[in-house]
Design a protein around this ligand. Structure first.
Ligand code: HEM
Ligand SMILES: *[C@@H]1O[C@H](CO)[C@@H](O)[C@H](O)[C@H]1NC(C)=O
Ligand SMILES: *[C@@H]1O[C@H](CO)[C@@H](O)[C@H](O)[C@H]1NC(C)=O
Length: 194
């Protein structure tokens, strides 16, 4: 389970770059100062009961961010005629959604209507890496939750059959370099794969 520290630091830098300037460090400073410690505790408790939780949350964050940006759209349920991202083909092994739901519920009890699910998922992914023995990083805050989630758009995720040029293209469409691709692939240090 040894993370390559350099890889994960690159991940931090890339998250800063790809998220732009609209996020801030003190976004919840007045409205929900405890949010990060609340989420960290929920993730820690869930992990103590199920060791597969951290890998699930890290991958969930990646799937969220690659489709429509980090907007929580991976968390939405299918409704009516609309099939949501989580019901798209690559979702089949996404799991531990209940951990984000618990975190959101716990946060809502302390600061109702303030913190986005997208931010909670971003915190939880970071906490997951820390719990797995990796480094920590600073998560800028203020993501807004999207209301659109389409299973059909999950074809925009890189497929396991992709060769290197296809992977590079998929990442560059999101402003991510070859270096980012290599660093982020370090995420597979944890978890399972068929
Ligand atoms: C480079 C393109 C990527 C491809 C093609 C890819 C593909 C996959 C595949 C096929 C699996 C196994 C799913 C299964 O067997 O059901 C997997 C698992 C996983 N991926 Fe990726 N992935 C990519 C990038 C990433 C990134 C950027 C991250 C996060 C930094 C990530 C984190 C994970 C994790 C943590 C798992 C294990 C999930 C678990 O155990 O629940 N992947 N990935
Ligand atoms: C993923 O999608 C499949 C097929 O659309 C669905 O049956 C399944 O419940 C979904 N899994 C999760 C974890 O949402
Ligand atoms: C990768 O696959 C694409 C599409 O099948 C193909 O056009 C390209 O030449 C391949 N690149 C490499 C490096 O194999």
């Amino acid at each position: 389970m040894a993370f390559t520290i350099e890889m994960l630091y690159s991940l931090v830098i890339l998250l800063f770059c790809s998220l732009g300037n609209s996020l801030s460090s003190n976004y919840y400073g007045k409205t929900c100062p405890e949010v990060e410690s609340i989420v960290a505790k929920v993730v820690k408790d869930a992990t103590s009961k199920d060791k597969t939780v951290p890998a699930a949350l890290l991958r969930m964050h990646f799937h969220d961010c690659f489709i429509r940006g980090c907007d929580g759209s991976v968390l939405l349920e299918s409704k009516g005629g609309n099939k949501a991202e989580k019901d798209g083909p690559p979702n089949l092994s996404l799991h531990a959604f209940y951990v984000i739901q618990n975190a959101k519920k716990t946060v809502e009890a302390v600061c109702p209507g303030v913190v986005s699910c997208a931010d909670i998922l971003a915190f939880a992914a970071r906490d997951s890496v820390v719990l797995s023995g990796g480094p920590t990083w600073y998560v800028p805050k203020g993501r807004k939750d999207g209301r659109t989630s389409k299973a059909s758009e999950t074809t925009q995720l890189p497929a396991p059959t992709f060769n290197i040029s296809q992977l590079q293209k998929s990442f560059s469409l999101r402003g991510l370099s070859m270096e980012d691709l290599v660093a982020l692939s370090g995420g597979h240090t944890v978890g399972f794969s068929h």
